[in-house]
Write a protein that binds this ligand. Sequence first.
Ligand code: SF4
Ligand code: SF4
Length: 188
Amino acid sequence: MANYGMAFDYKLCINCHACEVACKEENGIDLGAKNHRLWIQEETKVSGDFWNLDRDKVEFMQMQCQECQDAPCMAACPNGAIYRDNNGIVRLHKDLCDLTRACMSACPYNARYVDEKNHVTDKCIFCADTRLARGETTTACQITCPAKLRYFGNLDDPESEISKVLSSRKHFTLKPEKKTKPKLFYLE
Ligand code: SF4
Ligand code: SF4
């Protein structure tokens, strides 16, 4: 049993998309599919005044399910299909999903999509059915990232790499105003 989370040293990202390809390959998602469990969001920071706008500050944000501790998707599902597993990962009882898509509408992070092969909603589950099920302790995106910016591990273990990095570096979560208490953290 663990309480898995992820941290991103997001400013190191070079936007190579290796994480996205590795995720699709590991989890059997069509390489060309527009749906994806994780994606890189390009954000241009505009600073300066009207006459001297600085648009050069492009940042790449690693986006995926934020593993909310208070998960709106779970609360919104009319069928009780969404649950949290023993590793603290928000999962889906596929046989209970009837594609009402209430979870997709409720998710503030746009993290869920329709898996057209299996006719259910899908999202990142930290490789729970693949790598974690095989006893591995890394995710495909983490192990593939050439910038080594992804930290994955047990948030309840003070000796884990992710716990150590979170205790030593400032970090933030996305959309704190939504009060979802994400378990994904972005390092300053
Ligand atoms: S990010 Fe979206 S899909 Fe993931 S747990 Fe939160 S509400 Fe659910
Ligand atoms: S593999 Fe790493 S560096 Fe490349 S896009 Fe993904 S997070 Fe960014």
